[in-house]
Design a protein around this ligand. Structure first.
Ligand SMILES: Nc1ncnc2c1ncn2[C@@H]1O[C@H](COP(=O)(O)OP(=O)(O)OP(=O)(O)O)[C@@H](O)[C@H]1O
Length: 321
């Protein structure tokens, strides 16, 4: 046997099978209250490699939950193709390869936390009840009725239930909604450990800092389409620029805003915020040609990049839809 054969192969070589998830040109339409048809997911293409931790971001109504529902086989796409580990979603879910923490539902209010985990654990022979409760941080809550658990505690219970099948792919729809800062940190530490053991994770979130801190990759969608896809830092870099803010007279601000380095300017309180492609040039102008004071330069936050990307090219009426 050669040395190469003895060495464990890297994950990709050892598992040359299908990616964790593939969505190809997926379309989902609904009817609104007036009975008019609209497209919630509009030709979405997404491929998630095994072992990736992907944050799924988008404004309200962007199509995140609908996409997740299609991934999990809870909703059927009108057209396009959805696959998990090379299988139809329902098959992969039934095989316990995929589990989800959804925003609501799935829990019986009168059961205790432990009874819930035991009952659902009975569907997964070999499931380690104590282990999943410990991993989700709900062991101390074991005798509490579900109805008496806070929103964040119920989310942790859903997380424990999702771990019962020891899934390869965990799909989380706003998993930390209702959790306090400490619970959120503990939750992500656990997910990270699972991800480091090779689990694929996709999570929808509104918390930009969660995407920034915990995801390898950030996929932003708007109006059912992918509008940006990359690492949090590459998305920020794609939106190159910094925000320069200062206390400045409206007249000076107008002159500065007309300069080439400024893409846009907004006023919040007494401060003018200039979105700049060349903060050095802008700083020189502010210092040498205006009476601006308390000048600050800040990197664009992921949230600012996100707002800029998703609202780019949209007319103001549409943007306020
Ligand atoms: N069953 C349904 N019937 C009709 N419209 C629906 C249905 N489900 C979702 N929609 C609509 O489809 C669009 C996408 O909704 P979706 O819940 O996927 O967005 P989202 O990105 O998850 O939003 P949020 O961040 O608010 O949870 C929205 O306009 C929503 O109102």
């Amino acid at each position: 046997m050669t040395e190469t054969q003895l060495r464990p192969a890297p994950r990709e070589v050892r598992s040359p099978e299908a990616p964790a998830a593939v969505l190809s040109t997926v379309v989902k339409r609904f009817r609104n209250a007036k009975g008019e048809e609209f497209t919630a997911v509009d030709g979405l293409d997404l491929r998630i490699r095994r072992g990736e931790v992907v944050a799924f971001l988008g404004p309200n109504g962007a199509g995140k939950t609908t996409t997740i529902d299609m991934l999990l086989g809870l909703t059927r796409a009108d057209s396009g193709h959805v696959e998990l580990f090379g299988q139809a979603p329902q098959q992969a879910v039934r095989a316990g390869r995929v589990a989800a923490v959804l925003q609501s539902g799935g829990l019986l209010p009168d059961l205790t936390v432990e009874a819930t985990v035991r009952m659902l654990g009975s569907l997964h022979p070999g499931a380690d009840i104590e282990h999943v409760m410990a991993r989700a941080g709900i062991t101390p809550l074991r005798h509490r009725r579900v109805a008496e658990c806070s929103g964040g505690e119920q989310q942790r219970l859903r997380f424990a239930v999702a771990l019962l099948s020891d899934p390869d792919f965990l799909v989380l729809d706003e998993p930390t909604a209702g959790m306090d800062v400490v619970a959120r940190r503990e939750f992500w530490a656990t997910v990270r450990e699972d991800a480091e053991r090779g689990m694929t994770v996709m999570f929808a979130t509104h918390y930009m800092e969660e995407a920034d801190q915990f995801a390898d990759r950030v996929v932003m969608i708007d109006r059912g389409r992918v509008v940006a896809d990359g690492s949090a830092s590459s998305i920020r870099a794609a939106m190159t620029g910094r925000t320069v803010s200062a206390l400045i007279s409206p007249r000076d601000a107008q002159a500065v805003a007309a300069s080439a380095a400024v893409r846009s300017c907004v006023v919040r309180g007494e401060r003018h915020y200039f979105d700049s492609t060349d903060s050095d040039a802008l700083l020189r102008v502010l210092v040498t040609q205006t009476s601006a004071t308390e000048i600050e330069v800040a990197p664009r936050s992921l949230e600012e990049a996100f707002m800029a990307i998703t609202h780019q090219g949209r007319d103001p009426q549409e943007a306020s839809r």
